[in-house]
Design a protein around this ligand. Structure first.
Ligand code: AMP
Length: 421
């Protein structure tokens, strides 16, 4: 194994024992998004680099240091997508979806790429599911998206959830807030970290995202964005809160939660799980009423969220909430080579009848094949011994209950009708 090639740091194989959990997660995502009337969109894995620098923001961590970008042969700069909102917006504009209907509810599932320092809950290739709702500026749309996010996590079985909510207002009032925040921080600028000092000029709101304890203390007394919201922003925010209260969805308001990306307006939200440790964010989202316009489309209000699928699976493991249903229905045990063609035929017919069938292809001993049949979790073993092959019969053994019967292989309908799966 010395010269065997290994996977890239921060990327992970999803092995069969785990892929069942992924399938279950994906099917719950599809179920919940369907219940809320969202339809799936799939976009390419790579895009032009400018799409992300123009939307996510030049001085965000993602764009400034985490993107996998390269120069293509024609000299253009391409990037493996580090997030999915910008690609979905690009597609929304390019395919003139807005012209076809005033409201679009979309969801996605897919891999993303960020060159981060790998650690628990932080990978270089990871997966997100998310939704984007285009067209409505109203608080009921915010409520719908937040409710969908909360329902998804609750239906998966997570109970330990903290929903944090904030409004960062419209760009106009954010400018006033930015000035007030700079006025507050200016006299103590040298107490801030190098990163925060840089952000002081480029994007001071992002200083509020800090994880450094001494900066968190400084921020506690900083002016609050809530005091700078316009009447319209405040009314919007109030209605979102009152709708969530009406639906009994618990939340707390956190005025320091401005989220890492440039394109948010008004409502921002995040759901964390205290069971996850340092990387505790399960999902984050918000309204981005200016992004469609910024990327060259017609001004269209929108709101969405993105959830980290690895993090959801980690939280489910911690809360021990996973049930696995997936197993084989039938294992075909063949004890003589002369039965191979019958067993292939039986497998084929059972699959056509909708059953899940595993077929012995290693020509092992009877003992080994029966052990494998039990291990596979199959409900039935179909056993073809010499006698059965000669008599055109098969032993059908119920592995859960232990009883068995011999039936003719000439009448497949009877076999299918006899099975209780
Ligand atoms: P963001 O797109 O940064 O708002 O992230 C949304 C969600 O994606 C987070 O709440 C995490 O659950 C997840 N996430 C972000 N970055 C990573 C990463 N490097 N590895 C695994 N999950 C991530």
């Amino acid at each position: 194994m010395n010269n065997a090639i290994r996977s890239i740091k921060g990327t992970h194989d999803i092995l069969p024992e785990d892929s069942k959990k992924w399938q279950q997660l994906e099917s719950t995502i599809r179920k919940i998004t369907h219940q809320f009337g969202y339809e799936e969109i799939r976009t390419p894995i790579f895009e032009k680099t400018g799409l992300f620098s123009r939307s996510v923001g030049e001085d965000t961590d993602i764009v400034s240091k985490e993107m996998y970008s390269w120069e293509d042969r024609d000299g253009s700069s391409l990037t493996l997508r580090p997030e999915l909102t910008a690609p979905v917006v690009r597609s929304y504009i390019q395919n003139s979806l807005g012209g076809k209907s005033p409201l679009h509810r979309l969801f996605y599932i897919g891999p993303l790429f960020r060159r981060e320092r790998p650690q628990k809950g932080r990978q270089r290739q990871f997966h997100q599911c998310g939704v984007e709702a285009f067209g409505s500026p109203h608080p009921e749309q915010d409520t719908e998206v937040i409710t969908l996010a909360y329902s998804l996590l609750s239906q998966l079985g997570l109970t330990n959830l903290n929903l944090k909510l904030n409004s960062i207002g419209s760009p106009e009032c954010r400018l006033d807030y930015r000035n007030a925040l700079q006025d507050y921080l200016r006299p103590i600028l040298n107490e801030l970290s190098e990163t925060s000092q840089k952000r002081f000029e480029s994007n001071p709101l992002r200083i509020l995202d800090t994880k450094a304890p001494h900066e968190i203390d400084i921020i506690k007394n900083a002016p609050s964005i809530t005091d700078f919201l316009s009447d319209e922003d405040q009314a919007h925010f109030n209605l979102v809160q009152s709708f969530l209260n009406q639906l009994d969805i618990p939340f707390t308001c956190d005025p320091t939660m401005v989220r890492g990306l440039d394109y948010y307006t008004r409502t921002t939200f995040e759901i964390t799980s205290p069971t996850l440790g340092a990387q505790d964010a399960l999902l984050g989202g918000g309204r981005y009423d200016k992004l469609v316009e910024t990327l060259g489309g017609k001004a269209t209000p929108a709101i969405g969220f993105a959830a980290g699928m690895e993090r959801i699976l980690l939280a489910l493991e911690v809360e021990d909430s996973f049930e696995s249903h997936d197993s084989t229905d039938i294992y075909i045990v063949c004890l003589d080579d002369s039965g191979l063609s019958v067993s292939i035929d039986l497998a084929n017919q059972m699959r056509q009848a909708g059953k899940s069938v595993k077929l012995e292809t290693l020509r092992r001993s009877m003992k080994a094949q029966m052990r494998e049949a039990n291990r596979s979790g199959a409900t039935y073993a179909f056993i073809l011994g010499e006698n059965e092959i000669q008599n055109q019969t098969v032993v059908i053994k119920n592995l859960k209950e232990g009883n068995q019967e011999i039936v003719s292989t000439l009448n497949i309908e009877n076999i299918i009708n006899d099975l209780t799966i």
